[in-house]
Design a binder for this molecule. Structure first.
Ligand SMILES: C[S@@+](CC[C@H](N)C(=O)[O-])C[C@H]1O[C@@H](n2cnc3c(N)ncnc32)[C@H](O)[C@@H]1O
Length: 349
C-alpha cells in the first residue's frame, strides 16, 4: 500500500447538496494526477472533492462563496484533529447564553420551516457555538447542524414552503423519519461520522470563503484546480436553495428577508448563477487560472453554455479531453434528469 493510500480509509459523511459530486468521486478520482502536490477545489460546495484531494495527501485549498460551505471546509479539510466531545454537545444544546444571538431563526422561520420550539433551539445552539474555544470545533458544530437541517426538511433545501406540511404527512414521515425527529437526536446520530472523518494528512490545508474570481489572483503555486461551477440551468441559484443555512451561520442583522421563503437580500455576487454573465465570467476564470498546469472541470451535457462553447473557450488556453459518464438513474446531482450525462473536461498544457 502506498503511503498516501492510507488516507483512503477515512470516509466523507454523505452530503445532501444540489450538484454534490460525492456520487461521482470514484470516477473523478481516476483523473486526479498523482504528481500534483497542491490542489484547489474552487467551488467546494459540500467539500466532497476537496476531501478526496486531502485523502490523496495533497496540500488542499478549498473555497466556496457561501459561508456554511466554508465552515464544512474548515471542519473537514483544514482541521486536522479537533473533534466534538460529549461535553461540547451538552454545551451546544444548553440554553441561549449570548444576547448577540437573539431570536432570528425563531422570528423568521418558525411556522415556515420549523416549529417554534425547533427554531428557538437553533438560536440557542448558534449562541453556544461561540462558547466553544476552538475555531475548528465551532465550524464542525455549524457544519453538522446545517446537515441536520437539510435532513429535517423534505427535499433537503429551503426553496419551498411546504416543509411543515410535509413533516405532518404520514407517507413522507415513513420515507424519512428525520422529518419528526428531535434535532439533537439527528445531531448525535451524525456526530460519529463527522468526528471520524477528521484526519491529518500532514499538509497545510486551507478553506476560503470568497468569490473565486477574487481569490484566484491571490493564490500561487497550485498544481491542479478542480472547477465545479453551478450548472447554469434550473439549479444555479444556490442562495435561494440554501439561504436559511447562510442566514443561520452568518446571523445576518443587516439584510432584508424577502419572498415567501424569507431569503436574505441582497444576495452575494456569484457571477456564475445567471446565463447573462456566465460566459464572460468563465473567460475571466480561465484567464486567471493560466498559471495552474492542470484543470479538471465538471460539467453536464444539458448545461449552459453547451459543451462545444465550453471547449472552444478552454482551447484558447489548454488541450481538452471530454470524458462522459452516463447516469444510470436520476440521481445525477443538481436535480439532473435521467439520461443527461455528467462530463469531466480534463485540461492540460
Ligand atoms: C456545483 S456546486 C459544487 C459542488 C461540489 N463540487 C460538491 O461536491 O459538493 C457549485 C458551488 O459553487 C458555489 N459558487 C457559486 N458562485 C461562486 C463563486 N463566484 N465563487 C466561489 N463559489 C461559488 C456555490 O455556492 C456552490 O456551492
Amino acid at each position: 500500500m502506498l503511503f498516501q493510500d492510507y488516507y483512503m480509509g477515512y470516509k466523507f459523511p454523505e452530503p445532501q447538496y444540489l450538484g454534490a459530486k460525492y456520487i461521482h468521486r470514484e470516477w473523478i478520482d481516476k483523473y486526479i494526477p498523482s504528481d500534483a502536490k497542491v490542489a484547489l477545489d474552487a467551488f467546494g460546495g459540500s467539500q466532497s472533492i476537496a476531501y478526496l484531494l486531502k485523502q490523496h495527501g495533497k496540500e488542499t485549498h478549498t473555497n466556496d462563496l457561501l459561508s456554511f460551505n466554508a465552515h464544512i471546509g474548515n471542519a473537514l479539510i483544514e482541521n486536522a484533529s479537533e473533534i466534538l466531545s460529549a461535553q461540547d454537545v451538552d454545551l451546544l444544546f444548553s440554553p441561549n447564553r449570548n444576547p448577540n444571538y437573539f431570536s432570528l431563526m425563531e422570528q423568521l422561520y418558525s411556522g415556515l420551516f420549523f416549529t417554534r420550539e425547533d427554531a428557538a433551539l437553533l438560536d440557542a445552539f448558534r449562541s453556544n457555538v461561540d462558547c466553544l474555544q476552538d475555531k475548528y470545533k465551532q465550524s464542525l458544530a455549524l457544519a453538522l447542524m446545517c446537515r441536520c437541517l437539510t435532513r429535517k426538511v423534505t427535499m433537503g433545501h429551503f426553496a419551498h414552503t411546504r416543509a411543515l406540511d410535509y413533516a405532518a404527512n404520514g407517507e413522507r414521515i415513513r420515507r424519512n423519519r428525520s422529518l419528526i425527529r428531535p434535532l439533537r437526536d439527528i445531531f448525535e446520530d451524525l456526530l460519529p461520522q463527522y468526528n471520524s472523518a477528521i484526519f491529518d494528512n500532514k499538509r497545510s490545508n486551507k478553506s476560503y470563503n470568497e468569490n473565486i474570481l477574487e481569490l484566484l489572483p491571490k493564490l500561487n503555486n497550485i498544481d491542479l484546480v478542480y472547477f465545479d461551477p453551478p450548472y447554469c440551468d434550473s439549479h444555479a441559484d444556490y442562495q435561494s436553495f440554501y439561504h436559511l443555512l447562510e442566514t443561520y451561520v452568518m446571523y445576518w442583522t443587516d439584510k432584508h428577508f424577502v419572498n415567501t421563503i424569507k431569503r436574505y437580500d441582497p444576495k452575494r455576487f456569484s457571477g456564475f448563477d445567471k446565463k447573462s454573465t456566465m460566459i464572460d465570467n468563465f473567460h475571466k476564470l480561465l484567464s486567471l487560472a493560466q498559471s495552474i498546469p492542470v484543470w479538471l472541470i465538471s460539467y453536464n451535457d444539458r448545461s449552459f453554455p453547451d459543451i462545444n462553447t465550453m471547449t472552444t473557450l478552454i482551447r484558447k488556453y489548454r488541450n481538452v479531453e471530454v470524458i462522459y459518464k452516463q447516469y444510470s438513474n436520476s440521481r445525477g446531482g443538481k436535480g439532473s434528469v435521467a439520461g443527461s450525462r455528467e462530463v469531466l473536461l480534463v485540461c492540460k498544457m
